[in-house]
Write a protein that binds this ligand. Structure first.
Ligand code: SAM
Ligand code: SF4
Length: 352
């Protein structure tokens, strides 16, 4: 088979979506991502008891010199856009920690071919930055919100920030970043009792809420299958409380199955990568803050773009490199299978 010009892999999937991590730093310590708090230790106690003390945290902050500059990110986005990428999502770590983020938003908005520019954030710093981000051209935003209970929010994220995040969601709506999305990672024994209240919140606040299954991407590798609440279970619980009408999407690469709630404009979606993998339609690539391309969340190898943006590499050489890397994209993840190999980095370092 000859390799075509666009970013297509050997399984026929065409890449359209690039997730750009702008920092590996974070101001939260979510249990399912960067678990470092006492609450996380207590929650994972059975699992962590088998590990050397303290439990191993796999992430290592990258030195500032390793992190891509805005010029370097813009160049990579421009080259990727020339190869058919039309959707960019800025993420991290916590992207709002990166200084002058609106400047990057402005640069990427101006790249020809980029039709959709979104941001995923924990929302804590959004009140200070929201207006500038919207003015710079940000089109859509997703907030992470796993609990509506102040105490549980703190237990999960390691920070006292529920009020700030709720205020940020309100502000995003006021700024016209609609429809505002909220992501909730559901973990058994931690926040599964909040599934219905979270859906009610989405219903009342006109939001799009995505329930996400817990994936083995936490920095402590404390993930257990038993902690995953399968999407089907979430759905049957919601069906008992709400009238859910399935929303069909023409976009096969969409990760969420979606339902409108009670005839309202609000929606819930379920992203079930563990119990119902959707790898067959994956059109996503990831760029880490230190310039590595990852073709799958669960990749065990990464592909360094820094020599191209910091060395002598031409755009044409970068294109050829990207095509070659994408061609070898993993067919699927193997979560829960005996030969599953954990990803080489945790979610906060990869960029979710
Ligand atoms: N800090 C930002 C935030 O929390 O929205 C952006 C980065 S965060 C890594 C991106 C998304 O990944 C968040 O919605 C978070 O809930 C999700 N996430 C992190 N670890 C996860 C895990 N182990 N399983 C499933 N989703 C996870
Ligand atoms: Fe939580 Fe996002 Fe930070 Fe991970 S990167 S600890 S999900 S806020």
């Amino acid at each position: 088979m000859t390799r075509p010009e666009a970013l297509i892999d050997s399984h026929g999937r065409v890449m359209r979506d690039l997730r750009v991590s702008v920092t590996d730093r974070c101001n939260f310590r979510c249990m399912y991502c960067l678990p470092e708090t006492e609450a996380a230790h207590n929650f994972y106690r059975g699992r962590w008891a088998q590990m050397p003390s303290p439990a191993p945290i796999l992430h290592q902050w990258q030195p500032k010199s390793a992190i891509l500059s805005y010029e370097e990110i813009e160049r990579i986005v421009r080259v990727a856009a020339g190869l058919g990428i039309d959707k960019i999502r800025l993420t991290g770590g916590e992207p709002l920690l990166r200084r002058d983020l609106p400047k990057l938003v402005e640069r990427i908005s101006a790249v020809s071919g980029i039709k959709d520019l979104a941001l995923t954030t924990n929302g804590f710093l959004f009140p200070q930055l929201g207006k500038a981000l919207a003015e710079a051209g940000l089109q859509r935003i997703s907030f992470s919100l796993d609990s509506l209970d102040k105490g549980n929010f703190k237990k999960i994220t390691g920070r006292d920030g529920l009020e700030e995040v709720i205020a940020s969601i309100r502000l995003a709506k006021d700024l016209g970043l609609a429809p505002v999305k909220v992501n909730a990672v559901i973990i058994r024994g931690m926040n599964d009792h909040e599934i219905e209240p979270l859906a009610q919140f989405a219903r009342d606040q006109d939001l799009i809420l995505r329930f996400i299954e817990f994936m083995p991407l936490d920095s402590a590798r404390a993930w257990l299958k038993e902690l995953v609440v399968p999407g089907q279970e979430i759905l049957s619980r919601l069906q008992k409380c709400f009238q859910l009408e399935a929303v069909q999407s023409a976009n096969l690469s969409e990760t969420a199955k979606r339902w409108r709630i009670d005839g309202s404009r609000s929606e819930i979606g379920i992203i079930a990568p563990v119990s119902e993998p959707f790898c067959g339609h994956c059109n996503r690539l990831r760029l880490t803050a230190d310039g590595k391309i990852r073709t799958c969340l669960f990749s065990v190898t990464e592909h360094d773009l820094r020599p191209f943006v910091r060395g002598e590499g031409s755009d044409a050489e970068m294109e050829e490199f990207l095509r070659a890397v994408v061609w070898k994209k993993e067919p699927r993840h193997r979560i829960g299978e005996p030969d599953f190999v954990p990803a080489s980095r945790s979610m906060s370092c990869i960029g979710g």
